[in-house]
Write a protein that binds this ligand. Structure first.
Ligand code: ASP
Length: 340
């Protein structure tokens, strides 16, 4: 009980706190020829609440995804190809709530959401309520590349995925013990205390600057544990969970989706940079702390700009994240952001 009160106070304090000094954002002066940042979900966890074994697993998974992205970027791959391939890897990793490992809805099914954005063409693709396809991010990519639309849902999304020859997967592929335990726990708690937010999360995302100066972003998720059938979070919504525009930045978000939609997080960051002349770091901090956080939401973003600056900003106590560029790299989990 006492722990829950302390956790509640910590969440409130974090949500109310205004933007602190950055510790991980890069100085806003660089011009790098490539950069990448990845997230695997944000939440209220700290070093003490994650076993050393789990910390090792998360580190290994984030490291593998980072390495894949780095090698592709150095070899000259396009930003949009890199964000897709990195998110595909994370979708196959049952540690995360995306693809394999996706959370269960209240009906005991999986409804997967994903989106991808290409900063060069300012084209995008998104899918929501997808079921039965192994890589929702590649379905989003096919929507961007091979349809005149940008957003498909549910049954129609499945039909499109089928027509495109997307790889299917049976429901067993998505059913994991961790997600099922959380589902059962949530079902038992129904009508009682709300399910702790941390048991609902784990979205993945990637943002990239490639060697041709192009930006891209991709986000994929199972949504939130025990979500109602048909609920759509921020992850597949271009402008809330994902954004890319070569003139400003690429952004991928993770957190309490309803708040990210209400404050249009990803596009808000872009607009501050494009119209307000703010740096990437300033724009992300303002949106996360003074807009989304001020309403009571929590979570964070990974973002990159056209100069290769990276921002990893969150108002929760932790966010699984990793970044790399020619000047350095790191894999990080804990926070809170702004405090060494
Ligand atoms: N933003 C996701 C959603 O609300 C959840 C998450 O990021 O973990 O669906």
């Amino acid at each position: 009980m006492q722990t829950r009160i302390i956790l509640g106070l910590a969440i409130l304090l974090n949500a109310c706190q205004s933007s602190p000094e950055p510790i991980e954002g890069q100085a806003q002066i660089s011009t790098r020829n490539w950069a990448i940042a990845i997230h695997g979900g944000a939440g209220h966890f700290g070093e003490e609440s994650l076993s050393p074994e789990l910390q090792e697993l998360y580190t290994a998974s984030l490291e593998a995804a980072l390495y894949l992205g780095e090698t592709q970027l150095i070899a000259g791959a396009s930003a949009v190809d890199v964000v897709e391939v990195v998110v595909r890897l994370l979708e196959d990793d049952s540690l995360f709530n995306a693809g394999r490992g996706a959370v269960f809805t209240a009906e005991g099914t999986h409804e997967l959401d994903a989106s991808i954005a290409d900063g060069a063409s300012r084209n995008c693709g998104a899918v929501t309520g997808l079921n039965g396809y192994r890589h929702p991010i590649s379905v989003a990519r096919a929507i961007m590349d091979s349809s005149e639309h940008v957003f498909f849902s549910g049954h129609g999304a499945g039909e499109f995925a089928h027509d495109q020859g997307a790889e299917s997967a049976s429901s067993d592929w998505f059913d994991t013990a961790k997600a099922y335990d959380r589902y059962v726990g949530a079902a038992e708690r129904e009508g009682d205390a709300p399910v702790p937010l941390d048991e609902k999360r784990g979205t993945v995302g990637c943002v990239v600057l490639d060697q041709n100066g192009h930006l891209a972003a991709a986000t994929s998720t199972g949504g939130m544990t025990y979500k109602r059938h048909g609920r759509i979070g921020d992850s597949p919504i271009i402008g809330a969970g994902t954004w890319a525009d070569d003139r400003s930045c690429a952004v991928s978000a993770t957190g309490w989706g309803e708040y990210f939609i209400r404050t249009g997080v990803a596009q808000d960051i872009h607009a501050q940079m494009l119209y307000g002349g703010k740096s990437l770091e300033e724009a992300c901090r303002h949106t996360i702390f003074d807009e989304m956080g001020a309403l009571g939401g929590d979570g964070g973003v990974v973002a990159v700009d056209a100069q290769g600056n990276i921002a990893l900003v969150f108002n929760s106590t932790g966010m699984f994240r990793a970044y790399s560029h020619p000047d350095g790299r790191d894999v990080l989990m804990f926070g809170p952001y702004g405090q060494p």
